[in-house]
Design a protein around this ligand. Structure first.
Ligand SMILES: [Zn+2]
Length: 204
């Protein structure tokens, strides 16, 4: 073996060792930086589980929970405190089916909803997806049109829901569990039976 070849072997062995050491160092750093966030995720999920209300044994058609008028449970409409720019958020989740994404004649956007609607809706999508079913968001914010003048849909504080596989009674129970302030199993609605849920106004 001449000196040139020996030098080359030593050189490449040292380079390989350096590369291996660097890889080990980078892997350790990445692992360390990721650890706290994955712990955080676990804690968040655990808190979410504890927030669920008990599942009602029955949720009969044309009944609502709690047993109060919607204006008492969620608060009556007050358009003077409502501003679409400040009060509404855009929510999307590809596991759910959004009516306005499939209706080209519809000028409304079912992804727009009042701020306090987002948390219970996201929990509901989680629960329903776990059962391999698809939540259908039929209607949320509607400034005008089909709803009555006092409808909370005009503030984006109401949402109409159905589901591809679960019956409406089961859906209404899950809606109650995830924390909507008022849940109504509307079996005789003109546009078709659905579960209507509403939320209180934000305190901020
Ligand atoms: Zn409704």
């Amino acid at each position: 073996m001449n000196n040139h070849k020996f030098g080359w072997i030593v050189g490449s062995t040292i380079s390989t060792i350096i590369v291996l050491l660097l890889t080990l160092l980078i892997t350790t750093c990445v692992h360390k930086t990721r650890s706290p966030s994955s712990t955080q995720e676990k804690i968040t999920i655990k808190e979410e589980v504890y927030k669920l209300r008990d599942k009602p044994t029955r949720f009969k058609p044309n009944t609502y929970m709690p047993k109060l008028k919607e204006s008492k449970a969620s608060g009556a409409i007050d358009l003077s405190t409502f501003s679409p720019g400040k009060s509404l958020v855009f929510v999307d989740d590809s596991r759910a089916w959004w009516e306005s994404d499939h209706d080209k004649n519809d000028t409304e956007d079912d992804h727009s909803m009042y701020i306090t609607m987002e948390a219970p809706l996201r929990r509901l999508i989680d629960l329903i997806s776990e059962q391999n079913a698809i939540l259908k968001i039929q209607d949320t914010y509607r400034a005008s049109g089909i709803h009555n003048p006092h409808s909370l849909h005009k503030e984006g504080r109401a949402i109409d829901l159905t589901c591809d596989k679960l019956g409406l009674e089961e859906l209404a129970k899950l809606c109650w569990m995830v924390g909507f302030d008022w849940v109504y199993y509307e079996a005789k609605a003109k546009g078709g039976a659905h579960v209507h849920c509403s939320v209180k106004r934000s305190e901020n």
